[in-house]
Ligand binder design. Structure first.
Ligand code: NAD
Ligand code: MG
Length: 389
């Protein structure tokens, strides 16, 4: 990108998280390409203030209203505008002061601001996979209507997106989503039954937020990613295959109708898909470590064990049945992971909670947006009622 081009003005929704902080590193390293114009956080007001002092954005939003006064006061001697509350996230998403939203809020909470950004015709760099799991048909339809690109940040989907550059006329036979297998790859239920929070939070290849780290340990993350891929790349469920690849060097693959397979590879580092999505269609030079094929290393591939990691089977079921079932699966999973992180639910009990919720909430074949919101709320309240506190 030449220096005469205007900077891309970035809004990071979820700037204090794992993705958000890495995105700010990318912006700091490329001040001629990007400026941070909007930063939002739910509760980490201290980090939000620090980020605002460093990047001097137009606007910050602190989700938790109890922390508004502190943020406002800390930024009193700056030009930064401070807003608070859930509604403010949606209002700011619709504002003119930015070009690209990095959707890096975790969970269902990311859906509404992203919809507003699409309606305001912003480019979407999508980390928040739950947005597409909950209401992928509506989100992608809105993106088409508003001619808004949705560029995936999730490393697997970023890989597939890159494999598809230049292939618009060539149908996909199937995609192969790689999964690291998480910290408990190869383990059986008699081991998993005793797994506690701190153990499950140790991921072998990636340092991520707590929710996605647990999802990686249960393989729900891969299930959510199958659903995410269906909507991003307009695939039938049968075209989506998961393969365990513990080294996380191949980030995913596309197989075309001639049997040819393209893979996107590299060392696991989320900054790569983040900067690719932010700078697309350009690539940004960097000096991150490179993968070296000459060193002794082995790339291995395995079938996922869906009998042990039943969350992946439940998500596959939701992928095939569609309707509001992925939304219900996601809501129950958010409740289950939250409870597990607070030591109120066992590792394997998370799956039972999700399964019971999926069986309980009435199926809706073609939900409206309001019906998705209602299904989410019903599923959360039912799932929570099953947890004894
Ligand atoms: P995180 O928990 O580290 O950060 C989440 C961010 O969202 C924080 O800034 C937090 O303040 C904000 N937030 C949390 N709850 C909120 C709410 N109710 N309302 C508004 N803001 C809220 O999470 P993360 O690991 O950065 O993941 C963010 C998203 O990106 C997730 O959807 C995750 O699945 C996806 N993702 C993450 C990675 C990764 O490497 N971390 C990789 C692929 C995809
Ligand atoms: Mg991923």
């Amino acid at each position: 990108m030449s220096t005469t081009q205007p900077k891309k003005r970035i809004a990071i929704f979820g700037s204090t998280g794992s993705i958000g902080t890495q995105a700010l590193d990318v912006i700091a390293a490329n001040p001629n390409l990007f400026s941070a114009e909007v930063l939002t956080a739910q509760s980490n007001d201290e980090l939000l203030v620090k980020q605002a002092r460093k990047f001097n954005p137009n606007i910050v939003v602190i989700g938790d209203e109890k922390r508004y006064a502190r943020v406002k006061e800390a930024l009193a001697n700056t030009d930064v505008k401070v807003f608070t509350g859930e509604k403010a996230l949606e209002e700011v998403a619709a504002m003119d002061c930015y070009d690209l939203m990095l959707a890096a809020i975790v969970g269902f909470a990311g859906l509404k601001p992203t919809l507003k950004a699409i309606e305001a015709k912003k480019i979407i760099a999508l980390a928040n996979k739950e947005t597409l799991v909950v209401a992928g048909d509506i989100v992608m339809q809105k993106a088409v209507e508003n001619r808004v690109p949705v560029i995936p940040v999730d490393s697997e989907h970023a890989a597939i997106f890159q494999c598809l550059v230049g292939e618009t006329r060539n149908p996909i036979e199937k995609i192969i989503l790689t999964a690291s297998g998480g910290p408990f790859f190869g383990k059986k239920p008699n081991f998993l039954v005793n797994v506690k929070r701190d153990h499950a939070l140790q991921h072998p290849n990636w340092a991520m937020g707590a929710k996605i780290t647990i999802d990686s340990a249960t393989l729900m993350n891969k299930g959510l990613e199958m659903i995410e891929a269906k909507w991003l790349f307009n695939l039938r469920p049968e075209q989506i295959q998961v393969v365990v690849h513990p080294q996380s060097i191949i980030h995913s693959m596309v197989q075309f109708e001639d049997g040819s397979i393209k893979a996107q590879m590299g060392l696991p580092d989320m900054k790569l898909p983040i900067q690719y999505a932010m700078a697309f269609p350009q690539r940004i030079a960097n000096n991150f470590p490179r993968y070296d094929f000459r060193k002794p290393n082995t790339l291995t591939f395995d079938e996922p064990d869906t009998k042990t990691f039943r969350n992946l089977a439940l998500a596959t079921d939701a992928l095939h049945k569609g309707g509001n079932l992925p939304c219900v699966l996601n809501a129950a999973n958010e409740i289950a992971v939250f409870a597990f992180l607070h030591n109120r639910l066992g590792f394997l009990d998370m799956t039972d909670l999700i399964e019971k919720t999926m069986n309980k909430i009435p199926f809706i074949e073609k939900p409206s947006l309001q019906e998705y919101f209602d299904s989410d709320a019903e599923a959360r309240s039912f799932a929570a009622s099953l947890i004894h506190m």
